[in-house]
Design a protein around this ligand. Sequence first.
Ligand code: B12
Length: 147
Amino acid sequence: MKALALLTTVPSDAHNWNLIFMQLLLEENGFTVINLGPCVPYDLLASACLKHNPDVVVVSTINGHGFIEGKALITETRKVPGLADTPFFIGGKLSTDATLSHLYAVELELAGYRKAFNGGDGLPDFLQQLEQIKSRKTTLSVLPPPR
Ligand code: B12
């Protein structure tokens, strides 16, 4: 069975070509994708995670509010029982100040993202992370069920 990626963005972000790009990238790299579309409220994301139990959650945001709402997103979602360990990644244009975005990325990782990326430069690293998610799923699926 393919690994499942839940693709989302922050509540204020109305852009969607970035989401289409990420959906195609994830699909080309062997994932089934549920794309929640633009302007996703935190509670909708949490309920989608509980319903679909994704192997990874990918947040793509480019309107410049990612460093604020992305932090609120991970803080809110981590409070939900059952969602403490799901790997979350965030990327795009995290703020309107490109010179500060790498610092915001560190802040987002401290808040709970496995990794935060700025722009397209992080894509090779991101793809490596996806490989790890896929191989973990393969390993788990061949292990015998717990007694
Ligand atoms: C098209 C566009 C729009 C369209 C959106 C149409 C649509 N259906 O999506 C419209 C006109 C509606 C629009 C509106 C607005 N926009 Co606009 N928009 C753009 C524009 C020109 C292109 C965005 C795009 O589609 N890119 C194509 C995708 C494929 O590329 P990408 O998003 O950059 O994604 C790449 C990387 O960021 C990365 N990536 C993305 N997500 C992720 C996730 C992960 C995990 C990883 C690893 C990588 C990654 O990979 C992708 C490929 O390299 C950009 C400027 C630009 N040239 O980028 C401005 C831009 C994003 N918009 C901007 C703004 C400010 C707005 C508005 C607020 C304007 C306004 N005052 O109303 C509104 C937003 C409203 C809202 N609530 O969000 C700013 C954001 C500011 C910032 N971050 O610095 C930009 C950068 C323009 C600018 N230079 O000021 N916009």
